[in-house]
Design a protein around this ligand. Structure first.
Ligand SMILES: [Zn+2]
Length: 305
């Protein structure tokens, strides 16, 4: 799939062999041996950064792994660990840069076992403010502002189509319209919008033939689709179908009552109707809880009860 890598290069920091797979596109390459960050546009692979942070991280999908995603073959070419600090806590997530020589780049983000597949959008969405929460419209869909954070690039491996160093910081604004989300990354050099789609973890394991079972997702991801409204609507249709004969029986019973005495109590019918109403009611409650859970991680956390 990929063009043959350019070999015969050596890390100026430690002497290890460096292979660049996407020579035309790559701007930054990380030495696999000493993790020095190198400028791949420079013949001598000028050192951009000799040492990265103390902590080292291993990607769950190894660099060089190939997989089919959305019908195309991609190779994992870069790996980043990013952090954001909120309320004295550091949150870590991982971004895999995927490359196909004909399709370009995708960025797979993983946080707490949730996966989202991003591509760079050439069109910036139009932004509108109404009330407290800004929103953007893109492709006919309204995306609501989720949060604004300062992101730090903590650790990098592999090759990247832009200049990157560990310790880089940028401002990120996220907007959601599950199962999609838009992320705006603002650095002094550029503003980049990416469009992401929520991906079921099983799909990632299947696409990249991961032998280790993927981590079960924890919590609720910003763009994770809410499964409960569909369940509520299904249950509501069933409830209505079940309630119709019960209501008819109640009406017939009322007519019969005009001619005879001592009918049985109507309460069993009412109890049956309540039993019909309960499943959609609980699914509706779960749908509301899911949204509360989603927005509790945003800048618009719902007030505690
Ligand atoms: Zn090196």
């Amino acid at each position: 799939m990929a063009a043959p890598g350019v070999a015969g290069l050596a890390c100026p920091n430690c002497g290890a062999a460096i292979t660049i797979h996407a020579l035309q596109q790559t701007q930054t390459v990380v030495c696999p041996s000493c993790h020095a960050v190198l400028d791949s546009r420079d013949q001598q692979l000028r050192v951009l950064q000799q040492y990265q942070a103390q902590m080292r991280f291993a990607p769950e999908i190894a660099l060089g792994t190939r997989g089919m995603l959305r019908g195309d073959a991609y190779e994992v070419s870069g790996f980043q660990v990013r952090t954001v600090r909120q309320d004295q806590t550091e949150y870590y997530w991982r971004v895999y840069t995927l490359w196909n020589p004909y399709k370009g780049y995708r960025h797979l983000m993983e946080y707490d076992g949730h996966w989202c597949d991003f591509t760079v959008s050439r069109i910036a969405p139009s932004e509108l403010v109404s009330g407290r929460q800004p929103y953007v419209t893109f492709d006919g869909t309204t995306f609501q502002h989720f949060r604004t954070t300062t992101v730090t690039t903590e650790f990098i491996l592999g090759e990247f189509p832009w200049e990157i160093r560990s310790g880089d910081r940028f401002t990120m604004r996220e907007f959601v319209a599950p199962p999609r989300m838009l992320a705006e990354e603002v650095t002094p050099a550029a503003t980049v919008w990416t469009l992401g789609h929520y991906v079921e973890p099983g799909m990632i394991a299947h696409a990249f033939k991961l032998t280790d079972r993927p981590q079960a997702p924890k919590g609720i991801a910003p763009c994770q689709p809410n499964p409960y409204p569909a369940r509520r609507n299904r249950r509501l249709r069933l409830a209505i179908a079940a309630a119709i004969p019960i209501v008819l029986a109640l009406l017939l019973r009322r007519v019969w009552e005009l001619y005879s005495e001592g009918m049985a109590s109507p309460w069993p019918y009412v109890a049956l109707l309540a039993a019909c109403a309960a499943p959609p009611f609980f699914a509706d409650r779960d749908a509301t809880r899911f949204e509360r859970g989603r927005w509790s991680a945003s800048d618009y956390a719902p007030d505690e009860d």
